[in-house]
Ligand binder design. Sequence first.
Ligand code: AMP
Length: 294
Amino acid sequence: MKIIRSLEELRSWRKKLAPDKSLGFVPTMGALHEGHLSLVHQSQKQCSSTVVSIFVNPLQFSPQEDFSHYPRPFEQDCALLEHEGIDLVFAPDAAQFYAPDASTYVLEETVSQPLCGSFRPGHFRGVTTVVLKLFHLVQPDFSYFGQKDAQQCAVLERMVRDLNVQVQIVKCPTVREPDGLALSSRNIYLNPLEREKAPLIYQSLKAAVDAYTQGERSVRLLEKLGRSILEKEPLFKIQYWEIRHPITLAPLDKTDPLATVGPEGALIAVAAYLRKTRLIDNWVLNEESLRKSK
Ligand code: AMP
């Protein structure tokens, strides 16, 4: 497995790839877990070569967020990827990746506004900018993203559409712990008590889905029900618990959440602080997920 840090070296590696072979790309911030690996496996299934990037992108963290504490077990990550048979790890150096006087950004102005966008100003500008830069460098045919970050997927799909980027975004299902907690590099911040409480986020999503299955159709009441489950636990501070259109992220009509969306379904999205750790999760309510949840 090759590890490349320099942008020039990456470009020359890319030029040497046979044009008839497909290239899959999995952008990550490292601290890899089974969620990341599921994207890697999907890429390996679909593509002749797979590149994984490991880059803790300073641009998507605001000053009060956890950029400096973010876990960076680089050697362990590389060992995992080598074991998976990855072709190349691209781990650029932040100082080379962003010119010190960089002043050009990618701004998506609709899908990035609600939900996480309203609590993390500048976050999605950092995501779109880093991902477009990575796409230019890696030039993949397919790029793999986790449904766990549903808004990120929606923003990037919009960016790719609007800017005619020649990459197909592939969304992969959320990988969970047996108790329902979505895997996240930030779960290591949780102490034993917090870890015990964390699956309540998943339970709140599941409760709304169950209520829907049992006939509740009011978006407002489903949201109220989900929220009330998290609110019972004082360690949680909810940022949002909302049902939205899965592509535009627009709020839905107050009647049946599935009445006005396409076959993709309705997105139920949650963000909450569990003491100091910010957790997000979501559930796509559609025919398929309803069948599986029974
Ligand atoms: P990150 O390293 O947190 O930036 O995540 C890199 C990629 O892995 C993103 O596309 C995430 O959505 C995806 N990812 C993170 N956690 C999970 C998970 N539990 N299941 C599936 N994909 C995930």
